[in-house]
Design a protein around this ligand. Structure first.
Ligand code: PHE
Length: 377
């Protein structure tokens, strides 16, 4: 329900206080209405069940150690989201194409890492769960709102001293042991591997992958916290590790949920299938309705991006759009580039009539033309 007053992280605000017609605001209504839904706080929802299962792992292995936060406001400053975690000024994630800006200095957090620096000033070990927002393309595993859990843990000189390791080695070793244990807690005896990667806020940085149903699945990003972040939080004598994991990604695998849109469904045939505290339940699809495909071609311009296209399509079709896929792309002798996209429409709750789909497609064509200034072919 789209309430007009929001209370997030103890901060009450009228939704109307957010200036919606600011030219630097790129948050559409479809996203705006997700603020405050907090799926991760529903104990009978797969996202809440998974959050609780991860809490259970930390509580039993590290009793009373980690402070938990799950209602920090998702509207944060550019400083919190990017600067505080050392994201470079020219990093793509800062662009209007990738991030939702409420105004030029305020964003919908694109990761729970936005809270690291501030929490580090007061806490040594913590978990932060929350909804995060990213402009993205459309398919069964991508949705512009999803949920992450962040973990941070700091160490003292006597700890790595006693182990006879240098600080970074010690933290990296502890991190891997902790997360391998978490993966086993959630998935049982699975094959895992560590992959080196890059994040601005950790060094070294890793991804953990697990072998699941014949595929290597990336389950989280993590690493040893950059010393600069600790220094700025008044902890220069410590080292720390941090991780961030995507809850939908894991829940889709653990509960056999085939499409990420289902997490947002209020259809009882979805919501009634899950029980508090039960990670093992497999989702039984209620009859799958057929998809309907519509193609559209247009000449793009220099400012065209697929994320912008997807936002327009979602603005019209909401959760009835299952996928938007580029199926043809060519440039003619005059240097004009044409894209053809195939849009898959499918409701998860009922079958759609030809008239409904034609109407959606007609509106999509009209909006794509007027909002993106492209020329339909
Ligand atoms: N913030 C990273 C992401 O969203 C995940 C991460 C968190 C990586 C903490 C390292 C440390 O992809």
């Amino acid at each position: 329900p789209a309430a007009s007053a929001l209370e997030l992280g103890g901060v009450k605000m009228a939704k109307d206080d957010i200036v919606r017609d600011d030219p630097t605001n790129n948050v559409p209504d479809t996203i705006f209405t997700k603020l405050g839904m907090q799926l991760h706080k529903r104990n009978q929802h797969p996202i809440g069940i998974l959050k609780n299962a991860i809490y259970e792992y930390f509580d039993s292995n590290y009793p009373n150690k980690f402070n938990k936060f799950d209602d920090l406001c998702p509207i944060v400053s550019v400083k919190q989201n990017f600067d505080d975690v050392l994201v470079p000024a020219d990093h793509v994630s800062r662009s209007y194409n990738d991030t939702y800006y409420v105004d030029s200095q305020t964003v919908l957090r694109c990761h729970t890492s936005a809270h690291q620096a501030e929490l580090l000033k007061e806490h040594n070990h913590f978990l932060v769960t929350g909804d995060v927002y990213r402009r993205d393309s459309i398919d069964s595993t991508h949705y512009p709102v999803f949920h992450q859990m962040e973990g941070v843990s700091i160490f003292y000189p006597d700890e790595w001293g006693a182990a006879g390791l240098d600080a970074t080695e010690y933290a990296a070793k502890d991190l891997k042991r902790c997360l391998e244990g978490l993966a086993r807690h959630l998935f049982g005896a699975v094959e895992m591997r560590w992959v080196d990667t890059y994040f601005p806020f950790t060094n070294p940085s890793y991804e953990l992958e697990i072998f699941f149903k014949e595929n290597w699945l990336e389950v989280l990003g993590c690493g040893v916290t950059e010393q600069e972040i600790l220094k700025r939080s008044g902890k220069s004598n410590n080292v720390a590790w941090a991780f961030g994991l995507g809850l939908e990604r894991l829940a889709m695998v653990l509960f056999d949920i085939p499409d990420i849109r289902l997490f947002w469904s209020s259809d009882e045939r979805f919501t009634s299938q899950f029980l508090q505290g039960q990670l093992g339940i497999k989702f039984k699809p209620f009859s799958k309705y057929p998809p309907c495909y519509k193609d559209m071609s247009f000449w793009i311009n220099e400012s065209f991006t697929e994320n912008n296209l997807c936002e327009v399509v979602r603005g019209v079709a909401g959760d009835l759009v299952e996928e938007v896929r580029l199926i043809d792309n060519f440039t003619n002798e005059k240097g004009m580039t044409s894209h053809c996209y195939r849009i898959a429409y499918r409701s998860m709750e009922c079958s759609l009539t030809d008239e409904e789909i034609n109407e959606l497609q007609w509106n999509v064509r009209e909006q794509v033309q007027s909002k993106l200034n492209v020329v339909l072919r």
